[in-house]
Design a protein around this ligand. Structure first.
Ligand SMILES: NC(=O)c1ccc[n+]([C@@H]2O[C@H](COP(=O)([O-])OP(=O)(O)OC[C@H]3O[C@@H](n4cnc5c(N)ncnc54)[C@H](OP(=O)(O)O)[C@@H]3O)[C@@H](O)[C@H]2O)c1
Length: 257
């Protein structure tokens, strides 16, 4: 049985990945989706079974807790599927000064954005084979330290770095890894993140469908990095040319923090 696994499928980019993957990978038997809001996943599953004619298996649960991994691991062990694509998309951000965001939120960001992504990859990797793909939701925030978004940006730098390292390690198994690094995207992300006072908070937001389309194309041609839009591509290049202390000072001004 060939499957794709998508975390964060109840909304935004993850939901788009779940919807678009069957159009690109036509031989999938099932998509397994993970998020906390079971109702949202049920609605997605009904729509996909009707429109994309693909079965969707729901794993509702909190990726910061053990139970969802245990259920997923036992389903994998029982069915022995061939995971053709793993999309680690669950994540969230919280903006504000480092000392002013509650400790619980900061640590939870690390748990979901870094720890959960790492754990999901460890759980799924034994079921992946030649030609399969891992797609990790990083962010353009990974390009530079971000005063006002410090823990989020540091976590996304972890995701980007891990993705490149895994891409190198897994090349011999012909498993290809892509870190997706968009700038702001129009999703529910900003309901939870809040907004910074500066220009950074007023940047235009890309369409989630277009970002995912680009990411799936980049994944198909084995690109390690998927960056949507010219401004974020320029930001990525600039961040390689300038020292971190300089880009951090620039971001501090942009975010007006
Ligand atoms: N939107 C942007 O501007 C932007 C830009 C760059 C990168 N990204 C990254 O893209 C990814 C998707 O974000 P999005 O924009 O699509 O945001 P979103 O619409 O808020 O979706 C976030 C998803 O993550 C899931 N999630 C969050 N915490 C979870 C937890 N503890 N356990 C299980 N699932 C959890 C949510 O599901 P439940 O709430 O149902 O659990 C939801 O499905 C994130 O990693 C984000 O950092 C977003």
């Amino acid at each position: 049985m060939k499957i794709a696994v998508v975390t964060g499928a109840s909304s935004g980019l993850g939901k788009e990945f779940a919807r678009q993957i069957p159009h690109l990978y036509k031989k999938l038997d099932e998509i397994w989706v993970v998020a906390r809001r079971e109702n949202r996943l049920k609605i997605l599953a009904e729509r996909m079974e009707e429109r994309e004619r693909i079965s969707v298996r729901i794993f509702a649960g909190d990726l910061a807790k053990d139970s969802v991994y245990e259920r997923l691991a036992s389903a994998l062990c029982e069915d022995q599927p061939d995971i053709r694509m793993l999309v680690n998309c669950a994540g969230f951000g919280k903006m504000g000064r480092f000392g002013e965001i509650p400790e619980k939120e900061q640590l939870s960001m690390i748990d979901v954005n870094c720890r959960a992504l790492t754990r999901m990859t460890l759980v799924c990797l034994p079921y992946m084979s030649g030609g399969s793909r891992i797609v990790n939701a990083a962010s353009a925030a990974a390009f530079s330290p971000q005063p006002g978004f410090a823990v989020y940006a540091a976590g996304k730098a972890y995701v980007k770095s891990l993705s490149h390292a895994l891409a190198a390690e897994l090349k011999e198994r012909q498993i290809f890894v892509t870190a997706v690094c968009p700038g702001p995207v129009d999703t529910e992300f900003f309901r939870r993140s809040g907004k910074l006072p500066g220009r950074g908070g007023r940047l235009g937001r890309a369409d989630a469908g277009a970002v995912v389309k680009r990411a799936l194309r980049d994944t198909a041609v084995k690109r390690q990095l998927s960056v949507y839009g010219a401004p974020m591509k320029a930001a990525g290049i600039l961040s390689k040319l300038l020292p971190d202390a300089v880009t951090a000072a620039v971001m501090k001004r942009i975010n007006d923090i």
